[in-house]
Write a protein that binds this ligand. Structure first.
Ligand code: CP
Length: 313
């Protein structure tokens, strides 16, 4: 693997999942690799930051972390501007940081103001261009591939039968959130046969058809939940009315009553999650909630990706 930006960097998704599950049983036995992994955060994180550090530790790698907003110079990302208010250009910043590591992993959230800018992944593309080492996506403007890999590992571990139904359900939130988690989840699930994926969301919240093409969309959430084996809940802001909140309807909150419509479905969410807004306490605290398993699998997912890249250097 040369880099890890999206599912398109993976030759065989099923093989990668199997490799991760095998690695999980044998976490520390792999030969140690003395390399450095740089973790650069333009935005906040709990799981991605800590699981990446733990993943690097498990394979004998060293990490450094830079939180751009709090501990660095103000970075200029546009070209040709007179830098009266910014102190360092992304060209030098990434050029220098990439001299200090063997993999550069970055988090670059969308602004949710300019759809074209976000969906072109302008910032991530600049980072890839100026980096002298392979880049790993720790959640970009439109994608969160490490989350999706961890999610598929978790599904593989918890599924009770070969052919399964998964429902990706929109849920309410008070803030405008990115579309990266659902976008990635859809494109990764599409690579796995034997998963029938459905999406349910209110009118006005359809995701980018580039991702949803071929996936059945049901606007009636109760209808969609029937006989599901996994419910994946997530809020996302509108794609058509870009970055806007059109609905805060709490009738979309995931409840115990709705979960009863399913085939005793496992409940999934990438976290962080707002309790009793996105999902009721009773669902999150139920034995069928596997949100902590997803979070735990972020370690082995990242470890597998780091190894795939380092073995190729
Ligand atoms: N799921 C996830 O990426 O969590 P963080 O934003 O805390 O890293």
């Amino acid at each position: 693997m040369k880099q890890f930006i999206s599912v398109n960097d993976v030759k065989d998704v099923k093989k990668l999942i199997d490799k991760a599950i095998k690695l999980k049983k044998n976490t520390f036995k792999k030969k140690k690799i003395c390399k450095t992994i740089g973790l650069v955060f333009f935005n906040p994180s709990l799981r991605t930051r800590l699981s990446s550090q733990k993943a690097a530790f498990n394979i004998g790698c060293n990490t450094w972390i830079l939180n751009i907003d709090s501990y660095s110079w103000k970075i200029e990302t546009s070209d040709g501007s007179v830098m009266n208010y910014t102190q360092e250009h992304i060209k030098e910043a990434i050029g220098v940081m990439s001299l200090y590591c063997d993999i550069l992993a970055v988090r670059t959230f969308p602004g949710l103001l300019d759809r074209e800018y976000d969906y072109e992944e302008i910032l991530l593309k600049k980072i890839i261009k100026y980096s002298k080492v392979p880049v790993v996506n720790l959640e970009s403007a439109t994608l969160h591939p490490l989350q999706s890999l961890a999610d598929l590992i978790t599904i593989e571990e918890f599924k009770k039968k070969k052919k399964i139904k998964i429902v990706l359900s929109w849920a309410p939130h008070i803030k405008a959130l990115p579309q990266s988690v659902p976008n990635s989840f859809i494109e990764w699930v599409k690579k796995i046969k034997d998963i029938k994926l459905y999406i349910t969301n209110p009118y006005g919240y359809n995701l980018n058809s580039y991702f949803t093409n071929g996936i059945k969309l049901i606007h009636n959430q109760n209808e969609a939940f029937k006989n599901a084996d996994f419910i994946y809940a997530k809020n996302w802001s509108s794609y058509d009315n870009y970055g806007k909140i059109l609905c805060k309807d709490l009738s979309w909150t995931i409840t115990k009553k709705k979960m009863k419509l399913t085939n005793e479905a496992k409940f999934m969410h990438c976290l962080p999650v707002r309790r009793n807004l996105v999902v009721e306490d009773s669902v999150l605290d139920d034995k069928n909630s596997i949100v902590l398993n997803q979070a735990e699998n972020r370690i082995v997912a990242t470890q597998t990706v780091f190894l795939e890249i380092l073995e190729n250097i």
